[in-house]
Design a protein around this ligand. Structure first.
Ligand code: DQQ
Length: 569
């Protein structure tokens, strides 16, 4: 079976099982059912969450006059998707957040049926503008702009929608229900330019619009980019990265030493992929480098539960920061019961790897300020079947950094070239399946007798010309509850393992989420899990090895994570 056929079959199975939806699931009976009781059990301690109800995509992140702003899709009336407004929070450090009243909500014909995702751009003269998708009375998706009512309000609480909205409507031959999620604008060749996500039949695409004044926008004849059989492109993101160094660039920066990243969120798979390529502003052409697939087998920011992401340039620390949303993996009934659904993941700094073939990601440095009690371990040998407990921290809310090494790759299992799908491979070769070089890693959110655990681990294989490193974040044993979605998320890690003989891992554990960064942020995987035993105060953390090659845990540094002083309530 070809990869595409295989993936289509998987999607079909997923859809039938109702675990991955091809759009936000619409449940009219729950949309406006106000939560009467907010369950605390699986709420996160240090991730961004409003006090109750449904959230999805991060919108319009920006830094303006000393404050970070985060807007996000929010249902003020219930714990499932619907009644969508732009909720608004501000922060001085991206850790402590103050909730404000919603910034944008349906009021006008051009957004009366919904205020969907979009982005912010800071125009010359220090003037922020938001572009967002409105749903009009005919349920067409149109693009609108909003500006602060009062630029001298430091919090930018109120936003107005000028009367010359909408600024772009679907043209006659376009699909009016597949035209959304405008990007942050960039300036080149005398024009402001934005992308809007769309599709034509099965071809996903990003339309390009140009404007001289930010109010009148004209669609370019050709989309900036498109790819066959990828379906609707949601939440496109397009930005420059320097070819070397970790710093971020303002979205309008161009030049010889700059590459561009185009990321799209695929409605069909509910995964994102990105390409790295060359943008020529004269012809407005973007050509991806041929170093990775341009399609749903392409590179991902995250091989787990991470969607509708968006980056922004932070001028304070000259970095590009990535925000992503993680949906729940429990049922809609569970969410109604809990009174809430969805979290924003920890913001990540993104930059280009030295080889130029992929991005690297790392949690923003501000997160370290929440680190509390610390334990350290070093030079511990882990032989086949060994498991050592990390004691002395709160294992349900922790930040763990660990480096594993080994002296030989001889025992690495043979890699079958037909294993193109990392997730399927991880499903077959889980942490309990004994291997040669690996599986080794962490058992997070584990109960004392391992009835429940979420392993995050590596397994090294011997391929034809090189070694292949698999990284898994496997939810299949995460909970005794049957009803939740428990995928064995996985990705391959592009490292020179034969030379390094070392792999590092960082996991951010927070009650119902495990966010992991392999090999310094080369491969990242997020899982949402709902342990029963391992939640109620019986949470353990272990390092383990289930491969015949002995592994040395060179160093482990783990911290209990404090709650931010202020988190949106
Ligand atoms: N969510 C928004 C859309 C976007 C989708 C609606 C992605 O604008 O395409 O809430 O999760």
């Amino acid at each position: 079976m070809e990869l595409r056929e295989f993936l289509s079959a998987c999607i079909l199975v997923f859809c039938l099982n109702n675990v991955v939806e091809a759009a936000h699931r619409i449940l009219p009976e729950f949309q406006s059912l106000h939560a009467t009781n907010v369950e605390q059990l699986y709420r996160t301690g240090y991730h961004f969450q409003p006090p109750l109800h449904w959230i999805n995509d991060p919108n319009g992140p920006m830094h303006y006059n000393g404050l970070y702003h985060l807007f996000y899709q929010y249902n003020p009336k219930g714990a499932v998707w619907g009644n969508i407004v732009w909720a608004h929070s501000v922060s001085t450090d991206l850790i402590n957040w103050q909730a404000l009243e919603p910034a944008i909500y349906p009021t006008e014909p051009f957004d009366i049926n919904g205020c969907w995702s979009g982005s912010a751009t800071i125009l010359p003269g220090n003037k922020p503008v938001i572009l967002y998708t409105g749903i009009d009375p005919q349920n067409r998706q149109v693009q609108n702009y909003a500006i602060p009512a009062n630029l001298s309000d430091p919090l930018l609480r109120k936003w107005v929608k000028p009367a010359d909205n909408p600024i772009a409507v679907p043209e006659a031959e376009m699909n009016a229900s597949a035209f959304r999620d405008p990007t942050t604008a960039w300036f080149s060749n005398g024009h402001w330019k934005i992308l809007v996500g769309s599709k034509r039949k099965h071809r996903g695409m990003a339309f390009l619009y140009r404007s001289l004044d930010f109010v009148h926008w004209i669609k370019a004849k050709h989309p900036l980019h498109s790819a066959a059989n990828t379906g609707m492109w949601e939440c496109p993101d397009f930005y420059p990265v320097p070819v070397s160094g970790k710093q971020g660039l303002d979205t309008s920066v161009l030049g010889e030493n700059v590459k561009h990243v185009l990321k799209v969120s695929l409605d069909l798979t509910r995964y994102e992929y990105y390409t790295i390529g060359k943008y020529s502003p004269d012809q407005d052409r973007y050509v991806p480098d041929n170093t990775s697939a341009d399609g749903w087998a392409g590179l991902r920011y995250d091989y787990g539960n991470f969607y509708a992401s968006k980056t922004f340039f932070d001028p304070v620390k000259n970095r590009r920061i990535l925000w992503g949303w993680a949906n729940e993996s429990d049922t809609a009934d569970d969410d109604v019961q809990k009174g809430w659904a969805g979290i924003q993941l920890i913001p990540r700094t993104v930059w280009l790897d030295t080889k130029g073939k992929q991005l690297l990601q790392w949690p923003i440095e501000e997160l370290d300020s929440l680190r509390g009690k610390n334990v350290q371990m070093s030079n511990q040998q882990l032989k086949l079947g060994d498991r050592v407990e990390v004691n002395g921290i709160d294992a349900s809310q922790a930040d763990v950094e660990v480096t594993f090494s080994f002296s030989s790759l001889d025992k690495a299992e043979q890699f079958d070239p037909s294993w193109v799908d990392a997730q399927q491979l991880c499903g077959q070769k889980g942490s309990t399946v004994q291997g040669g070089l690996g599986p080794f890693g962490l058992l997070t959110l584990a109960s004392a007798n391992l009835e429940e655990f979420t392993p995050v681990f590596f397994r090294v294989f011997k391929g034809q010309n090189k070694y292949v490193v698999l990284m898994c974040s496997d939810a299949s044993h995460s909970s005794l509850k049957d009803s939740t979605y428990k995928p064995s998320f996985a990705g391959f890690v592009d490292v020179d393992i034969a030379n390094d003989k070392k792999l590092s891992l960082r996991s951010l554990i927070d009650n119902s989420v495990v966010e992991s960064f392999g090999a310094g942020g080369k491969t990242c995987i997020t899982s949402r899990v709902y342990p029963t035993l391992a939640a109620m105060g019986d949470t353990h953390l272990y390092a383990f090895n289930n491969g015949s090659e002995p592994i040395v845990m060179e160093s482990l540094n783990a911290w209990s994570m404090n709650k931010p002083l202020k988190m949106n309530n």
